[in-house]
Write a protein that binds this ligand. Structure first.
Ligand SMILES: Cc1ncc(COP(=O)(O)O)c(C=O)c1O
Ligand SMILES: [Zn+2]
Length: 442
């Protein structure tokens, strides 16, 4: 295997705070001058990449998983990815839902269809690939649940060990999922922030490879593939409303260019996903594969809105909150990746909104009824955020919008039951059924 710290297409790692640059292997996680908040960004040689790979070459690839983008990832080869395909999730029009909102171009990117049912699979795939290349056999992570499940799935596929810290309040389905994948699970008597801090201490004490969001810069690189897919698939679906083929045989615009939608709507907790979507945008602009960036709309729950508050105040300084929201995946006191998040919004001419738990639960139901999508609350927050943005005039009904559905509804059945209401209970007789049909006017 070639040296994972000598990748021709990767120039190094850059601190988001001070701009200091490091070679791969010189540091692994954060800027030493800024401690745990010194998030690093992987820097690429875009001139080299432009010569190595093109939209036309990608269009000819049959593998729909993120392996198709391996040459745009900080790994030596796609062989380092564990044999559990990630990504390649569908992007499709949600016309019934869109029309109900007065929109003609509403799309969903259903990342709940990843192997462990959340977008986090993208991050874990690249984190595990990096760990494998460095020769690690054990990976640790802290998570509100989805990152953990994705790590456990990937380590199961790769035959590695995972030790995972979760808050004891994590939804039972999420904890069950990672136990089934064979991870060692530690439920921490505290919140996500407490689990996160303990996990960092474990990394420093035992040398376990760390897969934490907002700490390990390789994870964002996996998540950015969601944006690549959105643009690649969106180009296929419509250019100015007309279907366009990506087939190289067409020899047209689509073989050299992708098209971005006007807006991509992203739920925000730590800020890692939205930062990664922004990284994907930067990559595609630097590669000249898209001409215009999509605007990024970040959505936070109003009970967990530290990044929204900073955006509103026009600062990159974060004031932690005491988070309280039904959307457990975006319930975060102190976001771990706020700078990349805020810059993603700013640099794409985007915006942020905050939404209440009632709005999230109502959006969860609406997504199911009108969009046929079963989303967990954090993912449903995208629709609540879109509704707020339409109301506030941030997004126009004539614009094209992609909701990034980050996690499947089966992850949190208790919340789904709150949104979906109760079934009818009946004695098993036709007489009782007739009475019900009459009463409910079915
Ligand atoms: C389903 C889902 N949506 C959104 C998020 C928020 O991502 P981030 O914490 O990177 O902002 C998470 C993170 O756990 C998630 O699992
Ligand atoms: Zn720094």
């Amino acid at each position: 295997m070639s040296n994972p710290n000598e990748l021709a297409h990767v120039l190094g790692l850059r601190c988001t705070i001070c701009g200091a640059e490091y070679d791969l292997g010189e540091v692994e996680y954060v800027c030493p001058q800024h401690g745990n908040s010194g998030n690093l960004d992987v820097v690429y040689d875009y001139d080299l990449l432009r010569g190595n790979i093109s939209p036309a070459q990608l269009a000819a690839r049959r593998d729909p998983s993120i392996a198709r983008y391996a040459s745009l990832l900080p790994i030596t080869s796609q062989a380092s990815l564990a044999p559990l395909p990630v990504g390649g999730t569908p992007l499709y029009r949600a016309d019934r839902l869109g029309h109900a909102l007065g929109m003609t171009r509403l799309y969903v990117k259903d990342d709940g269809r990843n192997p462990t049912a959340s977008l986090k699979d993208r991050a874990s795939a690249v984190g595990v690939a990096r760990a494998r290349e460095l020769g690690h056999t054990l990976i640790t992570g802290a998570s509100t649940g989805n990152a953990a499940a994705s790590l456990a799935g990937q380590t199961a596929a790769a035959g590695m060990d995972a030790i995972i810290f979760v808050p004891e309040s994590a939804p039972p389905a999420k904890i069950a999922q990672l136990l089934v994948y064979g991870a060692k699970v530690v439920t921490v008597a505290g919140n996500y922030d407490a689990a996160y801090d303990l996990c960092l201490q474990a990394t420093n004490t035992f040398g376990w490879y760390n897969r934490n969001t907002g700490y390990n810069p390789f994870l964002s690189e996996g998540k950015k593939t969601a944006l690549y897919e959105i643009c690649e698939q969106y180009s296929d679906l419509s250019v100015n409303g007309r279907p366009v083929s990506l087939s190289p045989a067409d020899g047209d615009h689509a073989s050299t260019h992708w098209q971005a939608p006007d807006w991509v709507v992203v739920p925000v907790g730590d800020g890692c996903i939205i930062g990664s979507v922004g990284k994907g945008v930067r990559d595609l602009l630097a590669l000249h594969w898209i001409d215009q960036p999509p605007h990024i709309l970040g959505v936070q729950a109003n009970g967990s809105s530290a990044i929204y508050n900073a955006w509103k105040a026009g600062t990159e300084t974060i004031q932690p909150v005491t988070a309280q929201t039904v959307a457990d995946s975006i319930s975060v006191d102190r976001p771990r990746d706020p700078i990349k998040a805020l810059r993603s919004v700013r640099d794409t001419g985007g915006a942020m909104v905050q939404v209440s738990d009632d709005m999230i639960l109502s959006a969860l139901g609406r997504l199911g009824r009108e969009g046929a999508i079963f989303a967990e609350p954090a993912a449903a927050a995208t629709l609540a955020g879109l509704e707020a943005a339409l109301q506030q005039g941030i997004i126009g009904t004539n614009e094209s919008v992609v909701l990034l559905i980050t996690g499947n509804g089966l992850k949190d059945v208790a919340a789904a039951r709150r949104a979906g209401g109760q079934p009818y209970r009946l004695e098993p007789t036709l007489q009782a059924l007739k009475a019900l049909v009459q009463r409910e006017r079915w």
